[in-house]
Design a protein around this ligand. Structure first.
Ligand code: NAP
Length: 301
């Protein structure tokens, strides 16, 4: 099997998988590399209601469909981590298992979850970043969700069906999440919303989280809340270490590209949430994937 391709796509989220679909439909040979699991951030979304013509599907269902589409069209898909990219007329991608070459590269490496930066966050049990993955561990228990965006609100809505009680903690009084979702949260009898509140300390017993020390930013009052689990949903940071080594990241760590998703490095394109842009949704990630793939196909000739 040849290790040379027209296009190598790094990242198996909606942007990368869509790029694979478009590039295969243009008859280019395609390798897609994904280091962990397919679907990126959307794979753990309990319900995606704003993807046109597919409302109500889970993120996992949507990404499974995209994966199947890319595979059926003949994209080669490998679960390998791209460790280094060497530029040139022919680019080289070194992974943890192999070395591949291609004429063009599409970076679709997405974002990673942000943390609160509190002592114990990395080591204590009882802290999660994914309600779909870990929610079942907290059946009939009291959990907190931290954050005020769509992820936090969706996690709270998902967890309130499993847990006895959910406390949603947000640092401001206004939510960033879509109002339609925020209204649903306020309508749930087993969700308590604490606004203007920050988690100041993780309280623990025997290496397990057992409570949160909370500070109300308006009144200054400090309270201790016993808790069985904390779900952090405080946003994401771009996963752009590979791009940084190529010198194509901005100060904010995102990759700058023109309208056709072309970066300043020749033959290297960027798609999805790691691209510098304003709107980061599954739809815009897919749109980027299509645009980057068509531009990469043009570049390949
Ligand atoms: P987000 O929209 O960036 O929200 C992050 C939230 O975390 C914000 O409310 C932010 O507070 C808070 N936050 C950040 N740092 C914090 C800290 N150190 N301590 C406490 N709170 C902190 O992130 P997201 O919710 O993960 O969503 C990312 C993107 O995906 C968004 O565009 C979102 O719309 C999209 N998304 C869509 C769906 C869907 O179904 N349509 C589902 C999930 C995500 P501030 O508001 O004060 O900044």
């Amino acid at each position: 099997m040849s290790n040379h391709f027209d296009i190598i796509i790094v990242g198996g989220g909606p942007a990368g998988l869509t790029a694979a679909v478009y590039a295969r439909r243009a008859n280019k040979s395609v390798l897609l590399l994904e280091r962990s699991s397919m679907g990126g951030q959307i794979a753990t979304s309990p319900r995606v209601d704003n993807f046109p013509a597919a409302a109500g599907l889970s993120g996992a269902e949507l990404s499974d469909r995209l994966y199947a589409q890319a595979e059926e069209l003949g994209a080669r898909i490998e679960l390998e981590e791209a460790l280094e990219i060497r530029s040139g007329d022919i680019k080289t991608v070194i992974t943890d298992y192999s070395t591949y070459t291609a004429k063009a590269i599409i970076l679709a490496t997405g974002m990673n979850h942000r943390t609160l930066g509190l002592p114990g966050e990395d080591t204590l049990s009882g802290i999660s970043y994914c309600a779909v993955c870990d929610g079942a561990f907290y059946e009939n228990k009291h959990v907190a969700v931290c954050g005020g965006g769509n992820s936090a609100v969706q996690e709270a809505l998902f967890l309130c069906e499993i847990c006895a009680h959910v406390t949603l903690i947000h640092r401001r009084s206004e939510f960033r999440a879509d109002p339609i979702l925020v209204d649903k949260v306020f309508a749930k009898s087993n969700i308590t919303v604490l606004t203007d509140t920050v988690v100041e300390e993780l309280e623990s017993k025997d290496d397990a989280l057992c409570g949160l020390r909370l500070v109300n930013k308006v009144t200054g009052s400090v309270t201790s809340m016993p808790i069985d689990g904390l779900f952090e949903a405080v946003g994401h940071i771009p996963e752009t270490a590979l791009a940084a080594k190529l010198g194509i990241t901005e100060e904010n760590q995102f990759v700058h590209a023109d309208e056709s998703c072309k970066t300043t490095a020749e033959g290297i394109f960027v798609a999805g949430d790691c691209r510098e842009k304003k709107v980061r949704q599954m739809l815009t990630a897919c749109a980027d994937g299509a645009i980057a793939a068509l531009a990469a196909c043009d570049y390949c000739g």
